[in-house]
Design a protein around this ligand. Structure first.
Ligand SMILES: Cc1cc2nc3c(=O)[nH]c(=O)nc-3n(C[C@H](O)[C@H](O)[C@H](O)COP(=O)(O)O)c2cc1C
Length: 316
């Protein structure tokens, strides 16, 4: 049996992995150091009961963390092999053959702590076609797909699904209380979405209705989501393991975007409402359910959210 990574290598890689995106910055993951390698586990105590009753978003978040862990290990010259969804483990990493990191891995690795979700207005200039191809390729490399939504009718259709889903979710007091606890009420030193990362409060007139993380009220002079480049991400299956894979594809796309100098916003409200999710699947004419709606563009760096320390997320 190949011995596992040195503990310091493991801890350094987890130090990178925690910078993965997660639903409401809930960081619903744990990392277990074993004799064979590293297990990435869903932390059941951090699954969001109101907005994620089935744990789907937690599995996506864990997939994003597992991809980041893989990238960190590859950048250290000690890449991992992995399995997904076996023995109740989101992802199990074991040491592969040591090799030098590729320039592409090093570039993506440099983006792990630079990448962030951007809920502010994007510039008007269109995204280069080469960037679109690179983003779709990033999803494909992790077994996913990224479909750009072109044409006014489809874009309006996606916008309607986001708005309708957000309205549905916001009518549930438990959802609103949970969202408030993870935004206004969170301990922003270690978790949750900081009001400064929230962007202005969503305005009824904006095209893509943003989730309300408690940003300041304002007079809408300009729609922060105007002229959007929207894409939907998915994988080739709808089971729990597919959701972990979707998280891997998501994080690879996000890091690729950061490497290309692109800002990204996420909209998962229509993924959280089954009827809206099915509507989105039909609109895209896909055999499988979508996993995330993304908006890309050029924009200045905004506010970073924080993370819990490594000691809080590793199993003894
Ligand atoms: C499964 C999932 C769903 C998300 N849904 C949304 C969303 O609907 N709206 C939003 O603004 N951000 C969304 N995010 C982004 C998280 O809020 C963000 O990753 C987290 O707050 C950490 O911040 P960072 O991405 O800037 O590091 C989502 C992230 C994940 C992984």
């Amino acid at each position: 049996m190949t011995p596992t990574w040195e503990r310091d290598t493991f801890l350094a890689a987890v130090g990178d992995a925690v910078w993965a995106p997660s639903i409401h910055n809930s960081q619903p993951w744990r990392f277990r150091y074993t004799r064979e390698g590293v297990d990435v586990l869903v932390d059941p105590g951090r699954v969001l009961a109101a907005c994620d009753p089935d744990g789907r978003a937690a599995r996506v978040s864990c997939g994003a963390a597992a991809y980041t862990l893989r990238l960190a290990l590859a950048a250290a010259g000690e890449p991992a092999q992995y399995t997904i969804g076996r023995d109740g483990v989101a992802a199990r990493l074991t040491p592969g053959r040591t090799r030098r990191a590729t320039p592409a891995e090093l570039r993506l690795h440099r983006q792990i702590r630079r990448r962030h979700t951007n809920r502010f207005p994007f510039a008007d200039n269109p995204v280069e076609p080469a960037a679109l191809a690179a983003l779709a390729d990033a999803a494909g490399q992790e077994g996913g797909w990224l479909q750009f939504v072109t044409g006014e009718a489809d874009l309006n259709g996606v916008a309607e699904l986001i708005r309708g889903a957000d309205g549905r979710l916001s009518a549930d007091p438990a959802y609103v209380a949970e969202l408030s606890a993870w935004s206004r009420g969170a301990d922003h030193r270690v978790e949750g979405v900081h009001p400064e990362a929230a962007g202005d409060a969503p305005h009824p007139a904006e095209l893509l209705h943003r989730r309300d993380f408690g940003g300041p009220e304002h007079d809408a002079t300009r729609d922060p989501t105007h002229a959007p480049l929207v894409a939907v991400l998915g994988v080739h299956g709808d089971g729990p393991a597919d959701e972990v894979r979707a998280g891997m594809a998501l994080q690879r796309v996000l890091l690729c975007a950061a490497d290309l100098g692109l800002a990204v916003a996420m909209f998962s409200q229509p993924i959280e409402v089954p009827a809206a999710r099915e509507g989105l699947r039909r609109l895209l004419d896909r055999p499988h359910l979508p996993q995330m709606v993304l908006r890309f563009g050029y924009a200045p760096t905004t506010c970073y959210t924080n993370r819990r320390p490594v000691a809080d997320v590793v199993e003894p």
